[in-house]
Design a protein around this ligand. Structure first.
Ligand SMILES: Nc1nc2c(ncn2[C@@H]2O[C@H](COP(=O)(O)OP(=O)(O)OP(=O)(O)O)[C@@H](O)[C@H]2O)c(=O)[nH]1
Ligand SMILES: [Mg+2]
Length: 433
């Protein structure tokens, strides 16, 4: 099955928690703090794999999680890092943020890798919080939560040349003749249901990739036939071969076929319609077809199109078409980045985290929410079972002015305050006395 769209959730591993521990050694009366740090959580990484041709794996695997980091141990032992999760996708896969619609990365080169969700860092153990004045801290940090996001994957095959034309024009017959691709060929429209790629050898030093896609008919942009949804697979080609069936068996005027397909192309994408086209009149092994092609060619030539009379079936004229394509491609710029650019691991930050920004809101009777990435992270990294850690968070909230802001909003003793996933009861200062 050919799948070229998928939506998945990815979650990087949380960092491991830091530990609270003290040294127990013979002859050392009161050991110092020795709780180790948590390990780093694993990241979720996408890798472009040339062996894959579809996104089918992601039809069934909807949620992908990397491993969390291990907790810190005694004797300042750092927890093990969580393993990264490497996800493979076909070359040509574009990864979008499903929520914002932003294109995150285009996996155009085999082996290209990108981190789409970064693992959280490990929480610091209590050994890290020791200072000359605070020799025995009894708190440690929890691990940082791993990044989490929804992704939309879209495969757009990468080829140099796209084959377009009406169903039954002979596109699959041509790709089968010039490459090792073996698509289904049959005497009825819409034989090809999914795109095929083939590598064409021009000569010893030159080769290019051709994409054969399902045929287009009038109204394809509105969903007629197989619609225009496969056109995305020729969007990134540099050159189109427009195949026209001149056998006369179609009952249509070949020149009209050409215009109809071009109209559909333009309705789908003006950029695609503006790609250079080479015209191939196919099936000239049929005598009437050859005559028709010879009649039509001058008009096309005078509109600036290079034309070829070919028989994809017998191979006549195919060589010169291939040479022409090789030459034309040499004149056109390569749009795909070089492997060197694509191989370094790219790191994508979900959003520019402005960690300092926060906002306190009253959301109901006796209910308040404080929002802000940095604060939410600080709360997630606080071990709520540890009194000292909670006191430390409290001081942080005071220092940042959160407490003050809540008071201004009219917070009262016993009210509920939510920060990220955690709920607190507000305790008024006078209630403490
Ligand atoms: N006589 C003759 N028949 C051909 C030639 N090329 C293709 N055909 C026949 O035309 C029919 C359609 O060929 P395909 O290659 O399947 O056409 P297609 O453009 O891929 O069609 P779709 O996949 O349906 O869009 C088949 O029966 C082929 O054998 C040719 O050069 N000469
Ligand atoms: Mg076909």
């Amino acid at each position: 099955m050919f799948i070229d769209e998928a939506e998945i959730g990815v979650k990087a591993g949380d960092g491991g928690n830091g530990m609270v521990a003290f040294r127990h050694e013979k002859y050392v009366p009161r050991g110092g703090p020795a709780g180790g740090d948590g390990g780093r959580g694993g990241s979720v990484i996408f890798c472009a794999d040339g062996w894959l041709t579809t996104l089918i794996d992601y039809r069934y695997k909807r949620s992908c999680k990397a491993e969390r980091g291990a907790n810190g141990g005694p004797n300042c032992m750092t927890g093990a890092d969580g393993a990264d999760l490497m996800l493979r996708a076909p070359v040509g896969t574009q990864v979008y943020d499903a929520d914002s619609g932003e294109l995150l990365v285009d996996l155009t080169v085999e082996g290209g890798r990108v981190v789409v969700a970064k693992g959280g860092r490990g929480g610091r153990g209590n050994a890290r919080f020791a200072t000359p004045t605070r020799r025995a801290p009894r708190y440690a940090e929890n691990g940082e939560p791993g990044e989490e996001r929804r992704l939309k994957l879209e495969l757009k095959l990468l080829a140099d040349v796209g084959l377009i034309g009406f169903p039954n024009a002979g596109k699959s017959t041509l790709i089968a003749r010039v490459s090792a691709a073996r698509p289904k060929i049959a005497d009825y429209p819409f034989t090809t249901l999914v795109p095929n790629l083939g590598v064409v050898r021009v000569d010893e030093n030159r080769s290019f990739v051709v994409a054969d896609i399902p045929g287009l008919i009038e109204g394809a942009h509105a969903g007629a036939g197989l619609g225009d949804r496969f056109l995305r697979h020729v969007e990134r080609t540099r050159l189109l071969v427009h195949m026209i069936d001149v056998s006369g068996f179609t009952g249509r005027n070949p020149a009209d076929d050409f215009d109809i397909v071009n109209r559909e192309l333009r309705l789908y994408s003006p950029e695609l319609a503006d790609l250079p086209q080479v015209v191939a009149f196919n099936k000239v092994d049929i005598p009437d077809a050859r005559a028709a092609a010879e009649r039509l060619a001058p008009a096309f030539e005078s509109r600036g199109f290079k034309t070829f009379l070919i028989s994809a079936m017998t191979g006549e004229g195919v060589r010169s078409l291939i040479y022409c394509l090789g030459d034309e491609l040499e004149k056109l710029d390569k749009v795909v980045p070089t492997p060197a650019e694509a191989h370094e691991i790219l790191r994508i930050t979900p959003e520019k985290l402005d960690r300092r920004r926060w906002e306190a809101k009253k959301v109901g009777d006796h209910e308040f929410v404080v929002e802000g990435k940095g604060l939410e992270r600080a709360v997630a990294m606080t071990n709520m079972d540890n009194e000292e850690a909670v006191r430390r968070l409290q001081r942080k909230l005071d220092r940042l002015g959160v407490t003050e802001a809540l008071k201004n909003l009219g917070v009262e003793d016993g009210d509920t305050i939510r920060i990220g996933a955690v709920e607190f009861d507000y305790v008024a200062e006078d209630a403490l006395e």
